[in-house]
Design a protein around this ligand. Structure first.
Ligand SMILES: *Cc1c(COP(=O)(O)O)cnc(C)c1O
Length: 377
């Protein structure tokens, strides 16, 4: 918890659950990334946390934005980003949304299939298009993105050749090494494969100019991960190794790494119970999977947890669950979390580094519960 978040919570005592974001830390994260990757343009993956204050601040600082829908494009424009600093990075788009984005001035689009190219050729003539590559699902990413998006290298090559023939500008390649990527060694393989494709396409008369390296840099959860600096230097080394002095324009799309550690969810204990005499202790909170903590699915993301009773007596193993009437609303059952034995209804339970993929994943009104409120301080 940052001092600014601590002060806000102590002074304001907001109703729980809520997410509190420290804008200074988002700014610092952005500046640190820009410093460690000076050759890359930063496109914030706004799906991680599109709070208007975050968007406005990043737009003012010169950030670009990776968007996934026409709604996000409108939000990015409203935050002050010009269309020239917005990419439509989803490889699955309605043709009418491509046309709407194009009319608003967006000229940079992702694709990974023939069908999407056909839509782009009609609705975004002449636009810069980049092809998303599909790699093996990463074993060192806690939230992998390898299955649903991207196409094979061979297919990407053919698609980029035909993009030019269809009146589009075959601009480059993209990939995503998997979100919450803990291993900085993954960059070398990905960049190496992309570089091979740059070469084979050059031989076919297609000059790619962009390498979009996606996101993947981690937040600070229980499972150890390489630091942002280690990631940045491994990526830089991979770029130089595989592209030599023919470095393309590099674009990076951080989501989690800019906002995760800058936010904290404060929740409250609703009930502590046992289901049988010698059974485990269940701790029910006022936040759960439907309140924004969906990345606890399969216990993939293991948040660091603090309580208002920490340091006061013994702790023991608990099962942590959310408040709603759904069986799946259990946060941690397999992972060993030990919380104070004296924990009681009304005590606070904080989820650290919860600034990414929480407020946006929250349900609208399941069980009538309002969506997670965000405060930016
Ligand atoms: C979600 C996403 C990102 C952000 O990934 P992080 O792991 O949060 O940094 C970047 N690019 C694309 C295309 C994405 O879908």
């Amino acid at each position: 918890m940052t001092p600014r978040i601590e002060t806000f919570l102590a002074d304001q005592r907001p109703a729980t659950p809520c997410l509190v974001m420290d804008l200074d830390m988002v700014r610092d994260n952005y500046l640190a990334l820009a410093r460690s990757l000076p050759q890359a343009r930063i496109f914030y993956a706004m799906k991680a946390n599109p709070a208007p204050q975050i968007m406005g601040m990043l737009a003012e600082m010169g950030s670009s934005f990776d968007t996934a829908s026409i709604y996000e494009i409108r939000e990015a424009l409203a935050a002050g980003a010009p269309a020239s600093r917005i990419s439509f990075g989803n490889t699955v788009k309605k043709q009418s949304d491509i046309a709407a984005a194009y009319a608003l001035g967006v000229r940079l689009f992702a694709f990974d299939s023939q069908g999407e190219l056909e839509k782009l050729a009609v609705a975004a003539p002449g636009a810069k298009v980049y092809c998303r590559l599909r790699f093996e699902k990463s074993k060192t990413a806690d939230w992998p993105l390898g299955g649903k998006f991207g196409c094979s290298l061979a297919m990407a090559e053919e698609l980029l050749v035909s993009a030019g023939q269809m009146g589009l500008d075959p601009y480059g390649l993209s990939f995503h090494v998997g979100s919450q990527q803990r291993d900085a060694g993954e960059w070398d393989v990905a960049v190496g494969k992309a570089a091979m494709l740059f070469t084979s396409l050059r031989e076919r008369g297609v000059n790619l100019r962009l390498l979009n390296v996606g996101g993947g840099l981690p937040g600070h959860y229980l499972t150890e991960a390489a630091s942002h600096e280690e990631h940045a230097s491994a990526l830089t080394a991979a770029l130089h190794k595989h592209f030599g002095n023919r470095l393309p324009e590099v674009l990076i799309e951080p989501g989690r790494s800019l906002v995760a550690d800058a936010g904290m969810i404060r929740s409250e204990v609703v009930l502590v119970s046992h289901k049988m005499e010698d059974g485990p202790r269940w701790v029910y909170l006022d936040v759960g999977k439907f309140g924004g903590l969906i990345e606890t699915m399969d216990e993939a993301i293991k948040y660091r947890i603090r309580t208002s009773k920490d340091g006061q007596g013994d702790t023991s193993r608990v099962i942590i669950a959310g408040p709603t009437c759904d069986e799946v609303d259990v946060l941690y059952q397999e992972t060993a979390y030990n919380l104070p034995d004296d924990l009681k209804p009304g005590d606070t339970v904080d989820f650290l580094s919860a600034g990414a993929y929480t407020s946006t994943y929250c349900s609208v009104a399941f069980n009538g519960l309002p969506p997670l409120k965000t405060y930016c301080v």
